[in-house]
Design a protein around this ligand. Sequence first.
Ligand code: CLF
Ligand code: SF4
Length: 292
Amino acid sequence: MEENWTTEVREKTEKHPCYCDTAHKYARMHIPVAPKCNIQCNYCNRKYDCLNESRPGVTSEVLKPQEALEKYKLVKSKLSNLMVVGIAGPGDALANFEETKKSIELIKAYDPDVTFCLSTNGLMLPEYAEEISKMGVTHVTVTINAIDPKIAGEIYSKVYYKDKIYTDEEAGALLISKQLLGLKMLQELGIVCKVNMVMIKGLNDHHLEAVVKKIKDYGVYINNIMPLIPAEGSKFQNMKLISNGELNALRKKCSINLKQMYHCRQCRADAIGILAEDVSLDFRKGSCGNRL
Ligand code: CLF
Ligand code: SF4
């Protein structure tokens, strides 16, 4: 809820290119420090040395926290409009909590004013919400694709939680309960929340409106419905595509309940720059800053 935000959080939101549709001139930098994941989404295929694909889960490299700091210093020296450091994989930010925490601490010590943004499937949010708030994270994205455990069970094949593996509906129910509790905690902590959703034809496309209605009560600030990218090698690689018309019709319907994001670029885990132009190529190993 916006009434829980501090002035600083409010100002940072106005300069966050994913949370504010008039902030497109500001840049974000993803630091790919989180390779592991604690669930298996059927649409996911992570690639760690991928140069030519642009979608979530791919990166040309995985960085250690110290390397992320060095890269941050370089990017900051070249991009005066850099406002946000995001951790968006290539796995899950909270399934790699030590690396996420260390990276934020190092960058925060170097640049206390930068906005920290995390993206997570939400499984570990109840465990870490308070700590990430103390670390200075002000913006968190949770990807929620269903609130019906049966539908969720068809989207996630496995959930790994506290040394146990959950599958099917049980996996779906566990993940949903953690996501909703996590959202509630974030809201109470004054963290700005975005919920991303992957729209999957024939699976959750008719269910997402109900998801949006549900999360509205959890103080979510903005909703980002994205079309499934059927990644090669993933279980959903042959799924039918959602058309732009279908996507925008759903967004329009959902906008009655929640502010919608229309400018997502479904970016890589190492994306850098303004949303309209990923310049991460300029900062990849062996080419750092060459084109700038
Ligand atoms: Fe990165 Fe995500 Fe933060 Fe933005 S991306 S962690 S909220 S700083 Fe943005 Fe990229 Fe869309 Fe994500 S355009 S995929 S919504
Ligand atoms: Fe892949 Fe993200 Fe799903 Fe993990 S949460 S399996 S990284 S899409």
